[in-house]
Structures are given as C-alpha cells and as structure tokens.
Write a protein that binds this ligand. Structure first.
Ligand code: UGA
Length: 435
C-alpha cells in the first residue's frame, strides 16, 4: 500500500517507519526542512531506542521517503495519515487543532483519487467530523473516508508498543469500504494477537483521551496511597501487587513515583476537561487527578527540603531529569516544578542525565556521570528509572555520609543497612540512621 504521514514528530515518525518495515511504501512529510534533511541522512531527531536502525534499513530499501513536498506525498498515496502535533492551546487547556485543520485543507486541495484519511493525532471528539466537513466543503466531488485510529505508543517503548499493542482501535462511520483496507494494513499486528476494535469515529476519538486520563488516574491514586503508606508504615509495592492481581484492577501503571509528566498525560487530561465543558459535563475525577498530580511535585520538594535539614549550603544531585527513563523529553518533567522550590531555599542543584545537558536547565550544573553526582552531593535524588541507576557505585563516598531519595523505588531499603547512607523512597519505610 502507498501511505503518507503528514507530520514527522514522534508518532508520525515511529508509525511511518514501522509501516515501511511491514513492507509498505511510506512517505513521511514535514514542513521542517532541517529535520527532513537530517532524516534523509539517517539522523534521528528524537531519542527512541532502536529507531535509527529501522530508519536506515527502510531508507536503504527505498520503502521509506522523507520529504517536505506535501502535495506529492498526498497525491502518491492511497492512505493519508494525519499525525501532526495537537499541543495545549494558548488558553492553557484545549488541544490546539490548527495543524490538523491546515493538513485537512491541504489534503482537500490534493485529492486526485479515493483517499483513506486516518487521524492518528490525539484529537478531541468530533474533530473527525470537522476534518470531513473541511474536505467536503473545499472539494465537493472528492472521494474519501475519514477514520480515527489513535496511537498508544509510550516514549522509549514505542517500537515494541507499535509491533505488539494490546489493541488497534479504528473509528469509522463507513466501514463497508474501509474495513478490509484497515485489516490488511494492520494484519502483521493483528496476527500477533492484538485485538482489532472497530467502533464509531467519535467513540474512537474518546477512547484515546479516556485511556490516558484513566492511566493518569491510576498513577495518581497509587501515589496518594504511597503518601498514606509512609504515614502508617505500609509498603506501596505490596499494595500495588495486592490490588493489581485483581483482574478488575490490573497490575500495570501502579508504580508510585514522582507524579506523572510528559507530553501526553498532562496535555490530554486538561483537554478532556475542556471537552467535558463543551458538552456541559463536569469531569470532576480528572480535575482532581490533575490537582493531586500538581500538588505532588511540591510535596516532594518539601520532602527534599526536610530530608536535607536546616544547615546551609547543601548540595542536591539529581540522577535523571526527564519525565521518565529512556527518553530525552523534558516536557512536563516533574523536576521542573521541584527545582524552583529548592532554589528558593538556597539549595545548590546539579544533575546528570544519560541523554545529556538540557536547555531548560541551563542555569544548573550538569555533571558528566552519576559518580560525579554521588561525589558532590549531600542528597542524591533518583528522579528517573534508567537501568544504569540500578547499580550505582556508592562505595566512592568512602566515610562521608550520604542521603538518597529514590523517587522510583529502584533499591530495596535494606540494601543500605550497613552503609553510611540514609535511604528514603516512595511509600515505603525509611531507612534512616540516627546521627
Ligand atoms: C503515554 C501513554 O502511556 C501511551 O499509551 C500514549 O500513547 C502516550 O502517552 C500518548 O498519548 O502519546 P508516555 O507519555 O510516553 O505514554 O509515557 P508513560 O510511560 O505512559 O508515562 C507517563 C508518566 O507516568 C511518566 O512520568 C511516568 O514516569 C509515569 N508513570 C507511569 C508512573 O509514575 N507510574 C507508572 O506506573 C507508570
């Protein structure tokens, strides 16, 4: 099949590359010339383990093309994916749909034969109707179907999530024409056992927001339970196992940590509230989740201040500053809310991240390794769960005292029983040695 992806951001790039790896001819288009030039040289603009190899393999086989020529891309394709960004708008809550509408207008002007138009971008319910209307209005004789097909890719795990998803969701109001094309497109994935869920376009659009909001709720719930565990001396990990083994609850996304962050949950939970508002529905659960998640970052900052104690000129070293491991993405990273609060208290902050220096943190000291952080800190904060942080070398502190606050529970508290280390974690008993 001839496919084009409008938008070569995270979702468009990963999905386009993987469809080409399934043997389709894929054109990935973007209006950022520098990005396209780099991609044509096999240079990947995002950090996603394994993606560079796939890009280079499919570029070499000529199944994958990167271009800025959107007209050529649309005209040459049977299937046009809209995979442009839908960031939070200026009002601070709605999804900004200008990229989706602009892509729809360009598609309308370039329909030369029947097109299956698939919206992969995360869009509020009824956006598919808007896209259909824009195209019909501009090009009334054109033949096309607009389908919703949300993505469920996690940054850092996107290749695996694309190949082995739990489900493929298709939302379409005219299935007669499209079902067999879509089944063929997703055949390699369905064959491996993914559920193929077919529903209306509006339902599919809402499934995406409901999924992200539900996962954000699960995380926020376990984080609040973790707060309670700390007070009553319970272990949040045991609680997660204890509740997660109930199939009605499920074990995943119950890792307590430093609040959820990233480019999706914060944006999509806010947008869901806005969608509810539009239809006069109070999304009170989601509102509470957002509030609790925001509060958590400040609560953790307070805990850090408390752990450090009163004395002046304290050095805190962060291990990892992105919103989670295996990504270089700083969007809505938890530490961006924690750092200012520590700064106000005169605390010195340094950080190390496996993906390098961050422009968002240019006023902070960047250290080149976790060893450097451990050597130069009174308190080490494990902020993300990179594998390399699971076997840190604490012997380098020699006889000096060190405090660790492990926001990802990478270690067992008793690991530090015989060390000169006070270990704090999330939702578990502290391992604090009195001076
Ligand atoms: C999320 C969803 O998981 C994907 O299914 C979805 O496709 C994507 O958003 C999107 O809408 O594009 P992502 O933001 O990449 O993916 O990252 P997650 O792995 O979901 O993590 C989000 C945040 O929750 C991170 O800060 C992570 O550390 C935190 N988290 C996750 C926890 O604190 N505990 C958990 O158990 C899981």
């Amino acid at each position: 099949m001839n496919i084009c992806f409008i938008g070569t951001g995270y979702v468009g790039l990963v999905s386009g590359v993987l469809f080409s790896d399934f043997g389709h001819k894929v054109i990935c288009v973007d209006n950022d010339r520098i990005k396209i030039d780099k991609l044509n040289k096999g240079i990947i603009p995002i950090f996603e383990p394994g993606l560079d190899e796939l890009v280079n393999r499919n570029l070499n086989s000529k199944r994958l093309v990167f271009t800025t020529d959107i007209k050529y891309a649309i005209k040459s394709s049977d299937i046009v994916f809209i995979a442009v960004g839908t960031p939070t708008a200026k009002d601070g809550i709605s999804a900004d749909l200008k990229n989706v509408y602009s892509a729809s207008n360009i598609i309308a002007n370039n329909i030369n034969k029947y097109k299956l138009i698939i919206i992969k971008s995360t869009v509020p319910v009824c956006t598919g109707d808007d896209v259909e209307n824009i195209i019909k209005k501009k090009n009334s004789s054109s033949k096309f179907t607009v389908v919703s097909n949300p993505e469920f890719l996690r940054e850092g795990e996107a290749i695996r999530d694309f190949r082995y998803p739990d489900r493929v969701v298709i939302g379409c109001n005219n299935l007669k024409k499209t079902r067999s094309i879509l089944e063929k497109l997703y055949e390699p994935i369905i064959k491996k056992g993914a559920k193929f869920i077919v529903t209306t376009r509006r339902s599919s659009e809402l499934i995406k927001y409901a999924s992200n909001a539900f996962l954000a709720t699960k995380i926020t719930f376990i984080n609040e339970i973790a707060n309670l565990c700390e007070k009553v001396g319970s272990n949040v990990e045991d609680i997660a196992i204890g509740i997660g083994t109930d199939e009605r609850i499920g074990p995943r996304f119950l890792r307590a940590g430093p609040a959820y962050g990233g480019s999706c949950f914060p944006k999509d939970t806010k947008a869901l509230i806005k969608i509810g508002k539009k239809f006069n529905i109070d999304m009170s659960v989601v509102k509470t989740v957002i509030k609790s998640n925001e509060k958590r970052k400040l609560l953790l900052a307070d805990k850090i201040i408390k752990i450090l104690g009163k004395s002046k000129n304290k050095n805190v070293g962060f291990l990892g500053v992105t919103f989670k491991a295996n990504t270089d993405d700083m969007r809505d990273s938890q530490c961006l809310k924690i750092f200012p609060k520590l700064l106000k208290k005169g605390i010195n902050i340094a950080y190390y991240d496996p993906t390098g220096k961050k422009k968002e943190l240019e006023n902070f000291i960047f250290r080149k390794s976790s060893d450097e952080i451990i050597k130069n800190s009174d308190l080490v904060i494990i902020h993300t769960e990179w594998d390399e942080f699971r076997s840190l070398n604490f012997n380098i502190i020699k006889n000096r005292k060190l405090k660790i606050f492990d926001l990802r529970n990478l270690y067992q508290p008793n690991t530090f029983a015989n060390k000169n280390i006070n270990y704090y974690s999330i939702g578990r008993k502290y391992y604090e040695k009195k001076a």
